[in-house]
Ligand binder design. Structure first.
Ligand code: NAD
Length: 494
């Protein structure tokens, strides 16, 4: 059954004025069309932004606890629809049903956390230097916000952006990935069904180059929140810089798991399997490098390869599948390209490296779980994001060398170290250049109550989730109330 997605503008689901649509195929059954969605243009974007601009003055006056209640209700609705939404997500972007349930759960968790914040968007009160004068800071909304999102977490990522934006009193236009419009529409529908008024949340489907670029540059937009590739994020950053527009960029990663000589090898193998091949490696936090101490490298690699060979490849809707197809044929070509490059650079292919020969995989975009050994720090496979089921093993002689290799890539999102030495663990927490460090856990598995984001080429200094996300979706106003009844001059009359 094909889901016919429409744009949502001012509370009405409607087609694009262009009349054009884009079909989305099931990555596990490429002849099945899962959804079709509008290919919108600048005029559609303009209508959506105008709706968000018009809805803003009244939405920002709705008390934040009441806005929070609507978000809690959206979370409840998502919980009620979790199974159907997870199934749709597996059909639309491929990842296993256990993981798509997790994706929806992350949005539910975010709703609960953000809803409560509606009662605690706290500022500060401070003593003033002059008598009978009161000083405080308060949070105010920013205005209509543009959200541009990727396909790999098609419900969780919009929830990280839209829930906190709404609770702060902003209105929203979402431009979801062209690969997952049906998931985005279901997410937005939950908000509408929860009672969010028309115009407060709008959605425009379409390509990044046309609809996305028009949205980011639209004069009615006050802030842009983007998650996706570093290449696209840099373009959006340039536009927003030129327009003096607030922008949050969450981009790529080249995450590493370090295993030291005193680490629990079996635990580290479990972590590496999940970190490298969960979501078929298509997570911004995926383990893309294994940095192994020489004394355990051989033993670890043998255990790891034995386990990689047992991973079950298949349709994400089927029980027990570990490795589902990649999201698209383009993504598979990109992964195959990196495998070719790694071989040309002299890396040693230890397992995988191609398209599975099983006839059950003939109709989709699978790629075998792939491990490269003999990788050295200068190789592209050691430095560039692959975004697929490919992991590169680098061998080191010391903790210092592991940290140095970890830090020399352009990205800095997630990191992990397996060690039983508490001193070393804390040194790693201090020295690994990344927004997240796991000790004795894989590079994936963030929880919504802590800030999420990265350093260097991964981001531009903002964080999602946790309490830090409110820094982006609100502006600070400082307020001075002078109840002395006379002119008092700061810094002069003290
Ligand atoms: P992408 O950059 O191709 O697309 C992301 C979004 O940007 C899509 O909605 C797309 O239509 C839009 N877009 C593309 N060009 C645009 C333009 N010129 N102007 C405006 N919008 C434009 O990324 P993707 O392939 O969807 O996602 C994969 C990437 O996302 C990976 O690099 C991954 O690391 C990254 N990612 C990062 C995080 C994080 O939190 N750091 C999370 C998930 C994914």
């Amino acid at each position: 059954m094909t889901v016919h997605v429409q744009n949502l503008i001012n509370g009405t689901w409607c087609a694009s004025r262009t009349g054009r649509t884009l079909a989305r195929e099931n990555p596990a059954a490429a002849r099945e069309t899962v959804s079709s969605a509008p290919l919108s243009d600048a005029a559609d974007v303009d209508a959506a932004v105008k709706a968000a601009v018009a809805a803003y003055p009244s939405w920002k006056l709705v008390p934040a606890p009441k806005r929070g209640l609507m978000i809690a209700e959206a979370g409840r609705i998502l919980a009620e629809r979790k199974e159907a939404l997870a199934t749709l997500m597996t059909r639309e972007m491929g990842k296993p049903i256990t993981e798509t349930r997790g994706d929806v759960q992350e949005a539910i968790d975010t709703a609960l956390l953000v809803a409560a914040q509606g009662r605690f968007l706290a500022g500060e009160t401070v003593p003033c230097e002059l008598p009978n004068k009161f000083g405080m800071s308060i949070r105010q909304p920013v205005g209509p916000c543009a959200m541009v999102t990727p396909w790999n977490f098609p419900v969780a990522i919009p929830s990280w952006k839209i829930f906190p934006a709404l609770v702060c009193g902003n209105t929203v236009v979402l431009k979801p990935s062209e690969l997952t419009p049906a998931c985005a529409a279901e997410f937005v529908k939950a908000l509408m069904d929860a009672g969010v008024p028309a115009g407060v949340v709008n959605m425009v489907c379409g390509s990044g180059e046309e609809a996305g670029a028009a949205l980011v540059a639209h004069p009615g937009i006050r802030a842009v929140s983007f998650t996706g590739s570093t290449q696209t994020g840099s373009l959006i950053g340039e536009t927003c810089g030129r327009l003096n527009r607030k922008v949050s960029l969450e981009m790529g990663g080249k995450n590493a798991q370090i295993v030291m000589e005193d680490g629990d090898l079996d635990l580290a193998v479990d972590g590496a399997l999940w970190g490298a091949f969960g979501t078929t490696g298509q997570r911004c936090t995926a383990t893309s490098r294994l940095i192994l101490h020489r004394s355990i490298a051989e033993a670890f690699t043998a255990k790891f390869l034995a386990r990689v060979r047992t991973l079950k490849i298949g349709n994400g809707l089927h029980d027990g599948v570990n490795v589902a197809p990649l999201v698209s044929s383009e993504q598979r070509d990109r992964v195959a390209d990196y495998v070719r490059i790694a071989k040309e650079e002299g890396a040693k292919l230890l397992c995988g490296g191609g398209v599975p020969t099983d006839p059950a995989c003939a109709d989709g975009w699978w790629f075998e779980p792939t491990v490269f050994g003999g990788v050295t720090r200068g190789m592209r496979i050691a430095r560039e994001e692959v975004f697929g089921p490919v992991v590169a093993i680098l061998v080191v002689d010391s903790f210092e060398e592991a940290v140095s290799i970890h830090n020399e890539v352009d990205y800095g999102l997630s990191s992990s170290i397996y060690t039983r030495d508490v001193n070393r663990a804390f040194t790693a927490i201090r020295d690994l250049e990344a927004g997240i460090t796991y000790v004795n856990g894989p590079t994936i598995g963030a929880e919504v109550q802590l800030p999420f984001g990265g350093v260097k080429g991964t981001g531009n200094g903002h964080r999602e989730a946790g309490l830090q996300v409110y820094e982006f979706y609100s502006e600070w106003k400082s307020v001075y109330v002078d109840h002395s009844g006379r002119l008092q001059r700061a810094q002069i009359d003290t």
